[in-house]
Design a protein around this ligand. Structure first.
Ligand SMILES: Cc1cc2nc3c(=O)[nH]c(=O)nc-3n(C[C@H](O)[C@H](O)[C@H](O)COP(=O)(O)OP(=O)(O)OC[C@H]3O[C@@H](n4cnc5c(N)ncnc54)[C@H](O)[C@@H]3O)c2cc1C
Length: 445
């Protein structure tokens, strides 16, 4: 088949590689000057940075993880790191996740957290139902102390909204519930480990996270058309046309609001739903420092409080791979979310760094490189209307004969490993289509 894949992020190029290996004639259309999307990296003054914030390689699925590592070449082409994450809680470094680090708080805060946690636990056992909104969900699941001392200020910073206007649906399965015994053990000072699927992670030895994408493109057997925006997509019978060229099948991975104007066949209601899918954007501040010492042995930290500045997370990026910084230097990345209204300047970025200095995170006098990258589409706005809207949009695409997937191509809150897992599912579906000869059946969802 002649297949058009729209967008050359990791979703698009991984699917392209898989389909090309089956002998299909695969064309990937990418608006930007190179593949990578949110997985792009860049070099600045000899430092390497990931553009859209700190990325690590991990997966619960070993097949996917092995596939990702294999794309990085070398023997091995990746560095393995034991995760060491902290929350900067006032003047303390509290292990993450917060429930597992509760013993590191002040005694008063430990009592607040445990009192609320047990009360919430009892209420749930008495049958109090899971609330529909995220703000109430935090109280229901974690109790008042954990909410006040971390969860609420941190989440208000990252989502930039009143948390009761967000749905609780997206956290199911994403925020694992720590067993109460672990939380009690943590409260009395016994160390426990949370989020164990991520306790070891990998990172490309050279070139930043984008190396994985390059390894997908190189020798991938498909044609990559860069600087080629998708401008028109239409279906005529069982033929598909993209920018006027004819295909047997079209798979979209471009963020839906960006590609919606190109789709000729979309009904007005579905267009309206897509236009209402507003993203959360992110400015990633790239910070290079001169230092004779290695950076502290941390992977990344969370900053819940407004006084710590606008950044919600700082990655100790030169710890991921030594090649990320030149000798005698180290580098960090600080992530700031916004709703399309942040226009960074050098003064703003410097102020952010001074606040990180005051919070005890870095020494602003050692900064030698300061840059930033904005990503319009970083997180999904999980508002209370989102599930219904995206349900209608996915429903239309799934019945249309087009396939759409990817972080914003389907609005599934996926990391790159899950995008690759989805590409494997789409690949299996393409095989079924090739076998049946009917592009519209069976249906992909
Ligand atoms: C802050 C942050 C941290 C993350 N951390 C991790 C992590 O630690 N580990 C991990 O695995 N994942 C992480 N992720 C998730 C990961 O970045 C995404 O899951 C993945 O990159 C999404 O890939 P995609 O191909 O679906 O979409 P994208 O990367 O968004 O690709 C879409 C592509 O479409 C192109 N495009 C746009 N408009 C057009 C057009 N009109 N025509 C043609 N092309 C167009 C874009 O240029 C882009 O290349 C993180 C994401 C963020 C925001």
């Amino acid at each position: 088949m002649k297949i058009a894949i729209l967008g050359a992020g990791i979703s698009g190029v991984s699917l392209a590689r898989m389909c090309a290996a089956d002998g299909h004639d695969v064309h990937v259309l990418e608006k930007s000057e190179r593949a990578g999307g949110l997985c792009k990296s860049r070099k600045v003054d000899g430092f390497t940075f990931d553009e859209a914030g700190g990325h690590i390689m991990f997966s619960k699925d070993k097949t996917v993880l092995d596939w990702m590592k294999a794309r990085c070449g070398g023997d091995p082409g990746v560095v393995e790191t034991v995760r060491n994450t902290r929350i900067r809680w006032h003047d303390r470094w509290v292990p993450y996740p917060f429930e597992n680090g509760v013993g590191h708080l002040t005694k008063e805060a430990i009592v607040d957290c445990m009192d609320g946690y047990i009360e919430a636990y009892v209420q749930r056992r008495l049958g109090v139902e899971c609330p529909a909104n995220f703000g109430d969900w935090i109280q229901w699941r974690m109790g008042d102390g954990f909410a006040r001392h971390f969860m609420t200020p941190y989440n208000e910073k990252i989502w930039e909204c009143d948390l009761t206007t967000m749905s609780a649906g997206w956290v199911a399965g994403r925020v694992p519930e720590a067993p109460i015994r672990d939380v009690l053990a943590a409260a009395v000072g016994l160390d426990t480990e949370g989020y164990t699927h991520q306790s070891v992670f990998w990172f490309p030895k050279e070139g930043g996270f984008e190396t994985m994408v390059k390894g997908c493109v190189d020798g991938g057997g498909f044609t990559l058309h860069v600087s080629t925006a998708v401008e028109s997509v239409r279906r005529q019978g069982d033929r598909f046309f993209v920018n006027g060229d004819e295909y047997d099948l079209v798979v979209n991975t471009v963020p839906l609001p960006l590609v919606e104007p190109a789709f000729a066949d979309l009904p007005d209601e579905v267009r309206g739903d897509i236009q209402a899918l507003k993203p959360i954007s992110l400015v990633n501040v790239l910070i290079g420092v001169k230092t004779d010492e290695p950076l502290p042995d941390l992977s990344w930290i969370y900053l819940p409080f407004p006084a710590q500045g606008a950044a919600n997370r700082v990655t100790y990026y030169s710890n991921y791979a030594p090649s990320n910084a030149p000798p005698g230097h180290g580098c960090y990345m600080a992530e700031v979310t916004h709703r399309g209204d942040l226009k960074p300047t050098r003064e703003w970025a410097m102020d952010l760094c001074r606040k990180l200095d005051a919070a005890g995170v870095l020494d602003a006098d050692r900064i030698v490189t300061l840059d930033w990258v904005n990503s319009d589409f970083a997180y999904i706005d999980q508002n209370l209307q989102f599930a219904d809207r995206i349900g209608r949009v996915r429903g239309w695409f799934d019945d249309s004969g087009y396939i759409t997937f990817g972080r914003f191509g389907r609005y599934e809150y996926h990391n790159s490993d899950q995008c690759i897992a989805r590409a494997m599912e789409v690949h299996a579906h393409v095989r079924e289509i090739a076998a049946s000869g009917d592009p519209a059946a069976p249906r992909f969802s």
